[in-house]
Design a protein around this ligand. Sequence first.
Ligand SMILES: Nc1ncnc2c1ncn2[C@@H]1O[C@H](COP(=O)(O)OP(=O)(O)OP(=O)(O)O)[C@@H](O)[C@H]1O
Length: 250
Amino acid sequence: MNALAVKGLCKRYPAFSLENVSFSVPEGAVMGFIGRNGAGKSTTLKALLGLVHPDAGEVTVLGKSFREEEQSIKERIGVVLGGIDFYPKKKVRLLSDVTRRFYGNWQEEKYRHYLNLFGIDQEKRVDQLSTGMRVKYMIALALSHDARLLILDEPTSGLDPVSRDELTELLRRIAADGQRSVLFSTHITSDLEKCASHITFIKDGTIQHTGTLADFRQHYDYLRQPGQELTLEDIIVSVERRPLDENAII
Ligand SMILES: Nc1ncnc2c1ncn2[C@@H]1O[C@H](COP(=O)(O)OP(=O)(O)OP(=O)(O)O)[C@@H](O)[C@H]1O
């Protein structure tokens, strides 16, 4: 079964359109959602979660229609969009107290386990946690209510290489049970080489390619020079980069 299926998602802003976005995240997959600045990654994630109203499209989570069963679906997903910067002075303990009330399936022993595993001190205020710790805390909350699908918008941005490595390993291991799945947007293609099983590539509001990492490499194999090993970064740069006008005054 797919953890997430998005079909024909459209969102029109005056100067930007998300056009007919379709892709699916199989259970057990870690899908990297890539595209350059302004390609429409955040708009897609917000529109599929109903945080901005889509103009068209169907979203199915774990076989259920998001539109028809939004409340029960929200129990099964964990969302990290832009962190928890809006409660900087609140203690972790207080945020957790508020969060656990929202979830009928909250599991306190799991919560304790993940806090311990990630080394998060409940007595700290949010502004005393590092950026990486904040992301881990949000993931701990999601896993404590048994989320089957994690949706994260640029979780590794602003993290040092060691924290990024820890986080990508964590995402990979979350999905390794074959039951949980991860969709995360990023610019940092080297992170995907470490943890993604699937890639969706968006450009100017339109999906360019979606499938397994191996399919993705195969699809863009024509860009490879003889003897060259193509990285994901090479592929994205080749597809996106516009040559600078030779006559331009610099
Ligand atoms: N509320 C809004 N009203 C009008 N235009 C918007 C709105 N939100 C986003 N946009 C536009 O939609 C386009 C896509 O933005 P979006 O944030 O989805 O891109 P992104 O791929 O997530 O970029 P980045 O990697 O820089 O975060 C941009 O041109 C942005 O200006």
